[in-house]
Design a protein. Sequence first.
Length: 149
Amino acid sequence: MKDQVTPGRDLAGERQQVKLETLPKAVRLAVEAAQNKKASAITVLDLSSLGTFTEFFVICTGFSTPQVQAICTEVEELLYKELKREPEHREGQRSSEWALLDFGGFIVHVFSEQARRFYDLERLWRTVPKLEIPDLPDSAFSNTRSEAS
């Protein structure tokens, strides 16, 4: 009998990890943009092995309506500035609970805490490889600001 590998697992059954440096540049820029606006609990899900409608989800949390909107704006602006890429579709940007930016090869989901728990995309796609990016300490943001001055 052949060894079977389920999506997101290696031959030993261990969950495969996604590495930031191996992600497409556009996905890395989306992560960077979310970090620039202090998004929390940034997670990248690698759906590429499933042959689904997109290859990656970038999921993050914003703590207020203005922050959710700012994260989306920063993602759009950075991807346009660096790669001349615009979302193919947008949903919910006026909402305080959830916003989606569909760039074709990847989708950015920005949730409020409550909506993220409710939709729980990480659980729905739990078999795929994922990368959980630690939140940056506040000092990282203040250092960036002071260096820019």
